[in-house]
Design a protein around this ligand. Structure first.
Ligand code: FAD
Length: 355
């Protein structure tokens, strides 16, 4: 460990590292330090740790797998890294649920992809399209992770969280989580809730969603003529591995920009000027544009500024070619946002938390 001081408080459910490097704690792998980094193994320790932080007037940042965070500077306060474990089927057969369904509870610190495979191994469906998304279970509701035509919010039954405004554990059902595209109550009220565990309502029978680009083709290439949910997870993992840079070798946070949602009239005008621009209608007179298309149209796919670059595999992904700092990656992100705005009048929004 390259931390200057570390002290174990294992009996209290956490471990403290002073002046700790965060380089290996985020998938961008940029240099940054936390004045104090605390690995939390038991969620019961959280209220006391927050109380102490409050008494010392120190800011707290919660970290899961670090796959959606960009540190552009050191963190002068406390980073709480949630590493709590636990997977459980809390209700085998849920009365009233359509078909046969179970409720599964997963602790925040569980690895998302391992959890997906655990549910599939238990004969539960629904999360297969979300296989191989990096990060932890606790972060999944924050931006309502989504991929291949599915968003996690569809399957969240309830979230158990520590509410910092009332200093109590609360249970928020799906409606209260207010999920939207890459958004939720937790993102809108950033810092208020520390998610302890998530309950998922998962059916045992459910039609597979295979319509997203490339899924059927991959299943065919695998020779899966009558695929089950596990085959779908496997096919999607294969496609993702080919399409996205691997954070183990190339620092990145997946899609760096959200697909912009604009008024339908704006989308129509842009489409008029750019016949090939993809436009997806969404509800109440709005339309979603492809951020990747906009960036590529600006000639920025594969663009590089020193060690910070736009991936040549996928225009939405910003990458750390080597020793880029978080500030350099953020400067590149703003360059991309400015270029898209100048050409199309649309401001892109960053998806990761920028510290
Ligand atoms: C290669 C790659 C591909 C990706 N593909 C996708 C994709 O297809 N779809 C998608 O939606 N995302 C994708 N992502 C983004 C990322 O995987 C998700 O956002 C993931 O949910 C982040 O999990 P994490 O544990 O790493 O969160 P972190 O990056 O550690 O944290 C993200 C945010 O959540 C907060 N947070 C984390 N845990 C908790 C908690 N327990 N309680 C309260 N707040 C918390 C943090 O403070 C921060 O604001 C991708 C990332 C990479 C690197």
């Amino acid at each position: 460990m390259n931390d200057s001081r570390a002290s174990a408080a294992a009996n209290f459910g956490y471990t403290v590292h002073e002046n700790a490097s965060l380089l290996d704690r985020t998938t961008f792998r940029v240099p940054a330090r936390a004045a104090t980094l605390i690995d939390v193994h038991e969620f019961d320790a959280v209220p006391r740790l927050l109380e102490q932080a409050g008494a010392q007037n120190r800011e707290v940042l919660v970290l899961g797998g670090g796959s959606n965070v960009l540190f552009t500077r050191d963190w002068p306060g406390i980073v709480l890294a949630l590493r709590t474990r636990g997977l459980d089927i809390v209700e085998q057969h849920v009365p009233g649920a359509p078909g046969d369904a179970a409720i599964v509870r997963a602790a925040a610190g569980e690895t998302w992809d391992d959890f997906v495979h655990w549910t599939l191994a238990h004969g539960l469906r629904g999360l297969e399209n979300l296989a191989l998304i990096p990060g932890s279970v606790g972060a999944a509701p924050i931006q309502n992770i989504g991929a291949y035509g599915v968003e996690v919010g569809e399957f969240v039954h309830a979230v158990q969280a520590f509410d910092r405004t009332t200093n109590s554990i609360v249970r928020l059902d799906r409606a209260a989580c207010a999920f939207a595209y890459r958004d939720s109550l937790f993102k809108r009220e950033a810092g208020r809730y520390l998610i302890a565990a998530v309950d998922f309502l998962l059916p045992r029978e459910r039609a597979l969603r295979l319509d997203y680009d490339g899924v059927r083709e991959e299943l065919a290439a695998m020779g899966a003529t009558d695929p089950d949910a596990r085959a779908v997870a496997h096919a999607i993992s294969r496609v993702r591995t080919r399409k996205l840079p691997d954070p183990v070798t190339t620092g990145n946070a997946g899609s760096f920009f959200k697909n912009p949602i604009v008024a339908a009239g704006v989308a129509d005008a842009l489409r008029h000027e750019n016949a090939k621009m993809p436009v997806w209608p969404v509800n109440d007179g709005h339309a979603k544009l492809s951020a990747a298309w906009l960036i590529e149209a600006c000639g920025l796919k594969g663009f590089r500024d020193g060690n910070a670059g736009v991936s040549s595999q996928h225009a939405l992904v910003l990458i750390n070619h080597g020793n880029a700092s978080g500030a350099q990656i953020w400067a590149l992100a703003r360059h991309v946002m400015d270029a898209v705005q100048a050409r199309f009048g649309v401001r892109l929004e960053a998806e990761p938390l920028i510290v």
